[in-house]
Design a protein around this ligand. Structure first.
Ligand code: G3D
Ligand code: MG
Length: 175
């Protein structure tokens, strides 16, 4: 039985792969064409964040931008941490993470743990590098966090992103 129950959020620009990441994490599966999320999906999974220590995550995956204003306060309320996701192939989504971080801190608290996630790493071979990983890492570190590159498609580093976020949440509480 897990003694930690944590609400974690998926945040970041539209179509950067938030739903794909949580699907990959929960079901170990990638589906190329599912419909746009409407409203909020809440998915639950246990994470062994260190040997013998388990936390239960309830992962909140919000839909498209419409109606976001309406549920914003519900979405952020009681959040323990967030994956802040951008799309490695679209620079604009990286730029937007700064605005997201401001909003997250405003609504969920200044010290909320997060992990900066650059997703769609599998496409870099074809597309070439758009976002410099050192620059993203520096941004994350300057904001007190870390940077992880994932692929929801191959599954690469997806577990790491969720596990690292969980570890950071727990550590921030027991310090
Ligand atoms: P969102 O929940 O952030 O809005 P989605 O994003 O998970 O709906 O993903 C948006 C699109 O990006 C989807 O493509 C999805 O298949 C694709 N995608 C998500 N993650 C990855 C990834 O890691 N690699 C690749 N190659 N594609 C990814 P469609 O075509 O369905 O819009
Ligand atoms: Mg989605």
């Amino acid at each position: 039985m897990s003694s930690f129950k944590l609400k974690v959020l998926l945040t970041g620009a539209a179509a950067c792969g938030k739903t794909s990441l949580v699907q990959r994490f929960i079901k170990n599966h990638f589906q190329a064409n599912y419909k746009l999320t409407v409203g909020v999906d809440i998915l639950t999974k246990d994470v062994e964040f260190q040997p013998g220590e388990v936390a239960t995550l309830s992962i909140w995956d919000i839909g498209g931008q419409q109606r976001f204003e309406f549920i914003r306060s519900t979405f952020y309320k009681g959040a323990a941490g967030t994956l802040l996701v951008f799309d490695l192939t679209r620079e604009q989504t990286y730029t937007e993470t700064k605005k997201w971080l401001t909003e997250i801190r405003q609504f969920a608290g200044e010290n909320i743990p997060f992990v900066l996630v650059g997703n769609k790493a599998d496409l870099l071979e074809d597309v070439g590098r758009v976002i410099d990983s050192d620059e993203a890492r520096k941004f994350a570190e300057d904001e007190g966090s870390i940077y992880i590159e994932t692929s929801a498609k191959t599954g690469n580093h997806v577990d790491d992103a969720f596990t690292e976020l969980t570890r950071r949440i727990i550590n921030s509480r027991t310090k």
